[in-house]
Design a protein around this ligand. Structure first.
Ligand SMILES: NC(=O)c1ccc[n+]([C@@H]2O[C@H](COP(=O)([O-])OP(=O)(O)OC[C@H]3O[C@@H](n4cnc5c(N)ncnc54)[C@H](OP(=O)(O)O)[C@@H]3O)[C@@H](O)[C@H]2O)c1
Length: 318
């Protein structure tokens, strides 16, 4: 495996690895010992970006707790990204859906800091837009957290292009800290954000952290059309049977053929290919086992040519 590559996240000084790790399995499918093993493998592979959220884990918060424990003694060597704004079902008090409100954010950040066992979060992301609270108020509350040193950089998630533009204009004209990252669903099977969000990220200097980059495992090569699903995989669970049967197999097989023709695996295309797309800074694939995270980190070794990307772009439709 080549050395890990690092990039600045958007128009900022925050440097992150080209492959990060999504932590939504921690405190749910993966216990504390398993989390430690995955985190160790990630750090050994050169990964420095750990993406979690207050809502991840069962119960909510368990992912932050497990990550905080696994990072003990190494916290300052890594970049912790967390999120607020999804429905914590009362864990932060009654919020009446106003989770972009100053009152709510003040509570949410303290709870995340406590669970993570740290006194700062490197990247604090608004998990979803709040249609009711003015973005001025949200940005002002977040800016106060930066000034207080509780968080260092700000990001958003599940915003549309116009919401990114609006938040950027509001932050800059109001003298507030702007968002430096966006997090949206993006993979070679889901390219919808290319028509709107990616352009906004480029224009306003945000780095994209694509979620579901492996389409929950469909782009790892471990699932095949009409073959029994391997035991233990997320899509092997009974409740996802429909998702597997209804998967876009023609496209998946075309990506597999594209990879094979170059002596690559699906993972190389899923991760190395996505990392080469405009605005994408770090591909935050989830992992349940140390071997997975090691393989995901190595997949960024493949750097596609312009011709590779043009061909890939015709195989999978935006
Ligand atoms: N902002 C948002 O609204 C939002 C929403 C969802 C997720 N996210 C973030 O995005 C991250 C990534 O999403 P995700 O983990 O759900 O989806 P994903 O990256 O598309 O899929 C990851 C899953 O695929 C399997 N896998 C990973 N690497 C593999 C490998 N090398 N070989 C075989 N199987 C492998 C693992 O599941 P199994 O071992 O169980 O098969 C893993 O949990 C999350 O952890 C989270 O941080 C954000």
């Amino acid at each position: 495996m080549a050395d890990m590559r690092f990039r600045r996240l958007g128009r900022s000084g925050l440097v992150v690895s080209v492959v990060g790790i999504g932590c939504n399995n921690f405190g749910r499918k993966v216990d504390d010992a398993g989390t430690k093993a995955v985190v160790d493998a990630a750090i050994d592979s050169g990964i420095n970006l750990f993406d979690t959220a207050d809502i991840y884990g069962n119960p909510h918060g368990a992912s932050e707790l497990a990550l905080g424990k696994a990072l003990q003694g190494r916290r300052d060597d890594v970049v912790i990204a967390s999120k607020f704004g999804m429905d914590m079902q009362g864990a932060n008090g009654a919020d009446h859906g106003a989770r972009g409100a100053r009152r709510y954010i003040a509570k949410a950040v303290e709870a995340s800091l406590r669970r993570l066992g740290t006194d700062y979060i490197d990247l604090y992301q608004m998990h979803a837009p709040d249609a009711e609270t003015p973005i001025e108020e949200t940005l002002s509350a977040l800016d106060d957290l930066v000034t207080a040193g509780k968080v260092r950089y700000l990001g958003n998630s599940n915003f549309s292009g116009w919401q990114i533009a609006d938040a950027d204009w509001t932050a800059r004209t109001g003298g507030r800290t702007p968002f430096i990252s966006a997090q949206n669903e993006y993979s070679w099977l889901k390219r919808g954000i290319e028509t709107d969000v990616i352009g906004a990220c480029e224009r306003f200097g945000l780095g994209m952290l694509p979620f579901f980059p492996l389409a929950s495992g469909l782009l790892t090569g471990k699932y095949q059309r009409d073959a029994p699903a391997p035991a233990g995989g997320r899509l092997s669970e009974e409740r996802y049977a429909g998702r597997l049967a209804g998967a876009p197999w023609d496209t998946i097989e075309a990506i597999e053929a594209f990879a094979k023709a170059r002596g690559l695996g699906m993972l190389d295309v899923a991760i190395g290919g996505l990392a080469a797309q405009p605005a994408v800074t770090s591909v935050i694939a989830g992992a349940t086992q140390p071997e997975q995270v090691t393989a995901n980190a190595a997949a960024a070794d493949w750097v596609p040519s312009e011709a590779d990307l043009a061909e890939l772009s015709t195989i999978t439709q935006p």
